[in-house]
Design a binder for this molecule. Structure first.
Ligand SMILES: O=C(O)/C=C/c1cccc(O)c1O
Ligand SMILES: [Fe+2]
Length: 314
């Protein structure tokens, strides 16, 4: 039983900010390569590991991981709103399998997902309901964070389930930055209004959503102009992590600590947890080969921007 993988940075600024034309062309080419990889594999099932940015999960109840039995896009930053095509019965079986392996994972029968989950589905598969998709939320913004070894174990548990699905061609997706520090509020430093949003800011008014998004768009522009105060991107950190993921031996990742990750690569570098889970899942099907790998630090997108495809060795 083989598996395929795409891991990619997402950025809601793809449609709002413009890097130099040659950089934009590179990113488009990397997406085209990934799309062709996916089309050639022709998946019958997708497992999407994605973070959330206080659109679906809030501090009123923040699990480290959650498997969606039903899910819908919230439509932030112009991404698709509405239901994903979730194979509920299969998602239920997956959650049971994971629970039996001593991992305590939340479930949701009404998961709401944002650009973190939706953007890769749109870019790679042309929409949020074109291929049956089980969404797996991996917390990448709210402290406290689980140890990285736990993320790897989650990926392995999910991968071991996927390898039992003889009749499926399963694509695992990991969505999120590499190094980046977008202005997503954090509880420890948030003011009163921000804390209200972080606590239970579901379904904001259009005006509130616009204001929040405009702040991020403006920060991306200021970052590119050299006037933003957010933490810089860290291409060395990003490329070393991509090297480890490609190597097939993920054990060095267990030593990464949340505090050091934030210090080295910004507060949203925790989104790489999705890549680790996805690669750990892929590894359960045996040795794998990276088919394509793109990287460029792109300040306009506030992202160490990477796109990787990989597949179980034939
Ligand atoms: O506005 C948000 O919630 C997040 C923005 C953002 C910006 C850049 C890279 C990312 O991964 C993001 O989620
Ligand atoms: Fe993000």
């Amino acid at each position: 039983m083989s598996l395929a993988l795409v891991c990619m940075s997402h950025s809601p600024l793809l449609e709002f900010n413009d890097p130099p034309a040659e950089v934009k062309a590179e990113v488009d080419a990397a997406f085209e390569t990934a799309r062709a990889f996916v089309a050639d594999y022709d998946p019958t099932l997708v497992v999407s590991f994605a973070p959330d940015h206080y659109n679906g999960f809030f501090h009123d109840l923040m699990p480290p991981f959650c498997i969606g039995f039903e899910a819908q896009g919230v439509g932030d930053y112009g991404t698709a709103a509405g239901p994903l095509s979730v194979p509920t019965e299969l998602a239920e079986r997956l959650a049971g399998w994971v629970a039996e392996r001593d991992l305590d994972v939340a479930i949701s029968r009404r998961m709401e997902v944002d650009h973190g989950a939706v953007q890769p589905l749109e870019i790679l598969l042309g929409g949020i309901d074109t291929v049956p998709t089980i969404p797996v939320f991996v917390n990448g913004v709210a402290e406290p964070f689980t140890r990285m070894a736990r993320v790897r174990k989650l990926g392995e548990a999910i991968g071991s389930f996927l390898t039992t699905l003889e009749d499926e061609r399963v694509l695992v997706i990991g969505s999120g930055g590499l190094s980046h520090d977008p202005p997503v509020p954090r509880w420890a430093t948030a003011d009163e209004a921000q804390r209200a949003m972080l606590l239970d800011g579901r379904h904001p008014t259009a005006a509130a959503r616009d204001a929040r998004q405009q702040r991020v768009i403006d920060t991306g522009r200021a970052f590119a102009a050299g006037t933003a105060t957010i933490r810089d991107l860290n291409p060395e950190w990003d490329q070393e992590l991509m090297r480890v993921l490609a190597s097939g031996d993920l054990s060095p990742i267990d030593a990464m600590t949340p505090r050091q990750m934030a210090e080295d690569a910004g507060n949203s570098a925790h989104e790489v947890r999705t890549w680790v889970a996805a690669y750990a899942a892929l590894g359960t099907a045996g040795p794998y080969d990276v088919a394509s790998s793109y990287y460029r630090p792109i300040r306009e997108y506030i992202a160490g921007f990477g796109v990787m495809t990989a597949r179980t060795r034939a």
